[in-house]
Write a protein that binds this ligand. Sequence first.
Ligand SMILES: *Cc1c(COP(=O)(O)O)cnc(C)c1O
Length: 375
Amino acid sequence: MIEFKGLKQQYQHLKPEIDRAIQEVLDEGNFINGRQVREFEEQLAQYVGVKHCISCANGTDALSLVLMAWGIGEGDAVFVPDFTFFATAEVVALRGATPVFVDVCSDTFNIDTKKLEESIVAVIKAGRLRPRVIIPVDLFGLPADHIKIAAIAKKYNLLVLEDGAQGLGGSINGKMACSFGDAATTSFFPAKPLGCYGDGGAVFTDDDELAEIVKSLKVHGKGHNKYDNVRVGLNSRLDTIQAAILKVKLKAFKEFELANLHQLLEQINTKISNAINKPVIPHGFTSSVAQYTIKFPNENERNKLKRVLEKHNIPSFIYYPKPLHRQVVFKVRDDMNNTNSVANNLCKTVLSLPFHPYLNDNAIKTVIMTLSEFS
Ligand SMILES: *Cc1c(COP(=O)(O)O)cnc(C)c1O
């Protein structure tokens, strides 16, 4: 059976180191805030190229912590791509602010900067909400167009929070994902580019003051200590065991996994027929290929291939079956089917294939053969 994300294969490969790392935590007994948490944060901050990496319980909390620190709430508009995982917009609504769903680009699947600016102008014109934040998502491992986004944010005096839950390892002109915007976040959910063996997340920023507030918020709004509480916060920490596992996995990610992913991307891209729309990576960008997602001319063909893959025991997933504007909690906005037609259409036509650094030659051959029979 071909593994979609290769987590079992990865464990077999890294087993001696991971087992040792876990055993060390058990022996040392510091299950919360152990030295591994600090060590991992320092190593990841250095890898990403930011001053502060603050770990927390998951990628959703990471987003929430930043919005809380910035005081985002009722009456605020936060611009998010319409085509992303629910959490990107959920955290906005949880703060009482209003998510504004912006359409995405049909080639990169990331937020469409032209439509972003139109959206901001429309919100200003309507006068009901204060535009405050843009949350660009590095979807499927490809960084959003952070250079254009930064220019728009500056023009309208908005904050940028890069949702790098899927983005870690990607880059733009050598600058790493999770280092863009005023702050960035990531997730260590097992299937993400850098995953742990449970839930985990982190906030990244160069802003000392923001870092201090986030460190306080993640521990019940602590002041001088845990029992001096100066703000209402969360209990959102990364377990020492997860940090220990992540230290091993970060090393593998840096040393060979990411390089293997890039090689695999080349190999698969050249072997898959050009009749199939493959992931687009703009000049100067690199992707950590959190998902290898192909696109079809219509829903029927997509669903047909999904069934063919199933018959060959090849797992595939639809990320995402619904744009945010069609989620019931956001009061299904069918009027947006046209304004956000790209996101709406992608949900019907995309399919993500097995892709990870441990995919062996046989598995690659099987996937490519099945695709070539189809196209
Ligand atoms: C996974 C994900 C999140 C949430 O991360 P969790 O660790 O699962 O809370 C947020 N945004 C995006 C784009 C994601 O893919």
